[in-house]
Design a protein around this ligand. Structure first.
Ligand code: NOJ
Length: 548
């Protein structure tokens, strides 16, 4: 029997939303759940299948919600639990799934657990955090935010102890070695599954499972905790999934997925993301070809998640110095565009100079890679950044809905972050309403491409082979899966190219059909001469299984 891929997340298109900057419904300048619910038809038209919400819980908001002070609630600025359930209901009506961020490596220092833990050694929460009586010898190592974080251990005046924090000082790490902590997180996960979410994006997954001791920089990794979490989740909801932020070295990837995709079934492909930017900067397919070929075979049921931009800086720390220098030179040449000595704090459209052909090529490249695409809100209209905002806030500005006050985001005079109002990427020029009317817009292009992508499930879950095009500028991939076989050919350079993609073993009948291309090309019935314009792309269907 021929079937679609079994797991929903392998043929999903995930759209990431920061609720506070998406749509304000009550005029207080902060986006909220009701605002988001009012925009679901837009998301439906766009063709995404799943939304992932950045943290929605009560928070002092010193790290855009990644400092949680109550896992069982909704930040009152965003709405109520009732609003959340209504959102889920309205998503259900449209066949859209919802995932939320699971930020359980650390809490906010304002979380009642930490407040209690620091007060007394008799607190039931004392051992929920990681303490040291003296300053640990490696206290200045393992920093995630260089320039903005002094170390990974800080002294707490109240407890008169040092506590561990992988991220900012106000984010004390939970002690996962304590079974009570793991049990409580099990309750948190069960609570939100019961509320109707389909899964979680797990923040800082490798840090969650490391056992930290003050006297050594060595860490013991507890992969079995991920198995327990996975078992628990899937027992409560069979098809629930964790999409993990786990930027780990190649030799640990399979450990994180788990032998049967039974730890973290989905992981963002950070290594490949950097190679994509290198390929775009150098106008060559080689870095992407090498990244795909070097990627280990992942277990059945596991999936990569691909992305171009997310809510953080692009992390280029995995590139060689000369490679990083090339990407910086092309896409983030000014010091203020760079962050943490390793990344770029810009959106894609600005990095590519607003060049529509390059922007579209970049997305087709993302969608052609193995895995499930994740798109961040605003990318579909080509939003830019505001470099006057600190650190990663530059790329977290409100959604630009229309050429209306505050870009249609809010009726308030002042908004949670300023809406980009001026210049080539300001809301009078870049906004969803005008792009919906314009057949040549980026948004309308997305309207066209996402359904085609969803009609080609081979891209998400087929077996991928890198084809030898004998032309470094052109990336050609073939995917085979029970539903059929597809080819993707992309010209990473800005000059015309013609490549030979013949023969295609196992394809005996019918002609290849162009299902997507940047322009009309002569029919691809002769695969020895596949033409591509500069920055051109083509998806060719080789076979389709009847009834698939
Ligand atoms: C990773 C998140 O993506 C980032 O935005 C956040 O600051 C850190 N984890 C800490 O939670």
């Amino acid at each position: 029997m021929t079937r679609m891929p079994e797991r929903w997340y392998q043929h999903a298109v995930i759209y990431c939303i920061d609720v506070e900057t998406f749509q304000d419904s009550n005029g207080d300048g902060v986006g909220d759940l009701r605002g988001l619910t009012s925009r679901l038809d837009y998301l439906y038209r766009l063709g995404i299948s799943t939304i992932w919400l950045n943290p929605i819980h009560p928070t002092p908001n010193r790290d855009d919600g990644y400092d949680v002070s109550d896992y069982y609630g909704i930040d009152p600025r965003l709405g109520s639990l009732g609003d959340f359930v209504e959102l889920i209901h309205q998503c259900d009506n449209r066949g859209i799934r919802v995932m939320i961020d699971l930020v359980v490596n650390h809490t906010s220092d304002q979380h009642p657990w930490f407040q209690s833990a620091r007060q007394s050694e008799d607190s039931p929460y004392r051992d929920w955090y990681v303490w040291s009586p003296t300053e640990p010898p490696h206290a200045d190592e393992g920093i995630v935010f260089p320039g903005y974080q002094r170390g990974t251990w800080s002294y707490d005046e109240v407890a008169e102890l040092w506590y561990h924090h992988r991220f900012y000082k106000f984010q004390p790490d939970l002690n996962w070695n304590n079974p009570e902590v793991r049990e409580e997180i099990g309750l948190v996960v069960a609570f939100w599954l019961q509320m109707g979410v389909s899964g979680f994006r797990m923040d800082g997954a490798p840090f969650v499972i490391e056992e930290v001791h003050p006297d050594t920089a060595d860490r013991i990794m507890h992969y079995e905790w991920l198995n327990d979490l996975h078992d628990h989740m899937t027992w409560r909801r069979g098809d629930a999934v964790v999409l993990a932020e786990a930027n780990v070295p190649k030799d640990q990837i399979l450990e994180f997925f788990g032998p049967r995709a039974d730890r973290l079934p989905m992981m963002f492909n950070f290594a490949e993301n950097q190679q994509v930017f290198l390929a775009l900067a150098r106008e060559t397919a080689v870095p992407v070809q090498t990244a795909i070929q070097a990627s280990p075979e992942i277990p059945s049921g596991a999936s990569w998640a691909t992305f171009l931009r997310n809510h953080d800086e692009i992390d280029l720390s995995g590139l060689r110095d000369s490679e990083r220098a090339d990407v910086f030179a092309k896409f983030g040449p000014e010091k203020e565009m760079q962050l943490y000595d390793r990344g770029i704090r810009r959106r894609l459209a600005t990095m590519l100079g607003g060049d529509q052909r390059r922007i579209r090529l970049a997305y087709v490249l993302q969608f052609s890679l193995p895995g499930t695409p994740v798109i961040r809100y605003g990318e579909e209209i080509g939003m830019g950044e505001d470099l006057s905002l600190p650190q990663r806030d530059s790329i977290r500005t409100p959604m630009q809905w229309a050429d209306a006050p505050q870009g249609g985001f809010s009726t308030a005079a002042e908004t949670v972050r300023p809406v980009i109002a001026k210049g080539e990427f300001g809301y009078p020029t870049v906004n969803a309403r005008e792009q919906e009317q314009d057949p040549d817009s980026l948004l309308r292009w997305f309207y066209n491409v996402l359904p085609v992508l969803r009609q080609c499930p081979e891209f998400g879950s087929g077996t991928c082979s890198v084809l030898d095009t004998r032309d470094d500028r052109v990336l050609a991939l073939r995917y085979d899966c029970p539903t059929g076989s597809v080819l993707a050919a992309l010209n990473l350079s800005t000059e015309k190219a013609t490549v030979n993609l013949a023969p295609q073993p196992g394809i005996t009948d019918g002609f290849p059909i162009d299902v997507l291309s940047d322009q009309e090309y002569p029919p691809a019935d002769d695969l020895t001469k596949v033409e591509l314009d500069g920055s051109g792309y083509r998806w060719l269907r080789l076979t389709r299984t009847v009834g698939a």
